[in-house]
Design a protein around this ligand. Structure first.
Ligand SMILES: [Zn+2]
Length: 276
């Protein structure tokens, strides 16, 4: 009854669109639902293209999807291997870096299919909130592709670890990528011992061990900050594993790979790190 309710209740400006297609796909199967609607009919009933789309999507989720073979829990969805997920990340970044982004999965059809079919991202990322690190753009991905945690300094404290557990454990992403970036203000502040107030000290205290390890290498200036940024990525990976039995178990079972990289804001390149 819900879709019927939506169709009858909503009253917005009519759309001139005459035809809307909703694609619902999962795995190797793909179904197409086509709704034809004349403009006059739409106008008379004060219905919009979006209203009908929403009604159809809700109707599908309520009545059609449960009967389809892939409608069971996400746990039953075909698993992407860590290697495949990493390959997709590398390929997407290569397109971005070459100025050949395809900007996939940003269509109304993708909105509809992820609404009906749920999200099945192939990677969890912990990235800094820095506005020069727009994660989906960097990997040329769209809606429903990446499960992204953004926090200043890409630290892994309790909230980030819990969110990562949701991504890897519940959504079954086969990869967790901790993504640091050059010129990170949070890491730089800790390295330089800048005075910070409010809640920031509690946020950046996760970075202190990384800054100390970098200093122990006898570096200074920009080289020190750059090394602290790498060490901070390694620290977040260690924190994820140290405080999450679930993530340790998934990685030990070969279902999950934790990797680290540094994004260089000066030229768009990625520096993949060996775990230490
Ligand atoms: Zn940053």
């Amino acid at each position: 009854m819900l879709p019927l309710f939506l169709l009858l209740y909503s009253a917005e400006e009519p759309s001139s669109a005459e035809e809307t297609e909703i694609f619902v796909s999962a795995g190797v199967q793909r179904f197409q639902f086509k709704v034809s609607m004349g403009y006059d009919t739409m106008k008379n009933q004060s219905l919009t293209r979006r209203t009908v789309l929403t009604g159809m999507a809700v109707g599908l989720s309520a009545f059609v999807l449960p009967r389809l073979p892939w409608a069971s829990a996400a746990a039953d969805a075909p698993r992407v291997t860590p290697e495949q997920a990493l390959q997709w990340l590398r390929e997407g970044h290569a397109r971005f870096l070459a100025g050949k982004s395809e900007r996939p999965n940003l269509t109304p059809q993708r909105i509809a299919e992820t609404f009906v079919g749920g999200q099945h991202p192939f990677a969890t990322l912990i990235s800094c909130s820095d506005s020069r690190v727009p994660v989906e753009h960097l990997f040329d991905r769209g809606i429903g592709d990446l499960f992204v945690i953004r926090v200043a300094g890409n630290v892994a404290d309790v909230d980030e670890i819990g969110t990562a557990e949701y991504g890897a454990g519940h959504l079954h992403t086969p990869v967790i990528l901790v993504l640091g970036h050059s010129k990170c203000g949070a890491v730089t502040a800790v390295v330089k011992g800048d005075s910070v107030g409010g809640s920031i000290p509690k946020l950046v205290d996760n970075i202190i061990p990384a800054a100390e390890r970098a200093k122990a290498k006898g570096l200074s200036g920009d080289a020190l900050v750059a090394e602290a940024i790498r060490e901070n990525v390694q620290q977040s990976i260690r924190d994820l594993l140290a405080h999450s039995e679930e993530l340790r178990h998934l990685e030990h079972a070969g279902k999950l790979k934790l990797v680290g990289a540094v994004y260089h804001i000066e030229d768009g390149s990625l520096e993949w790190l060996e775990r230490t």
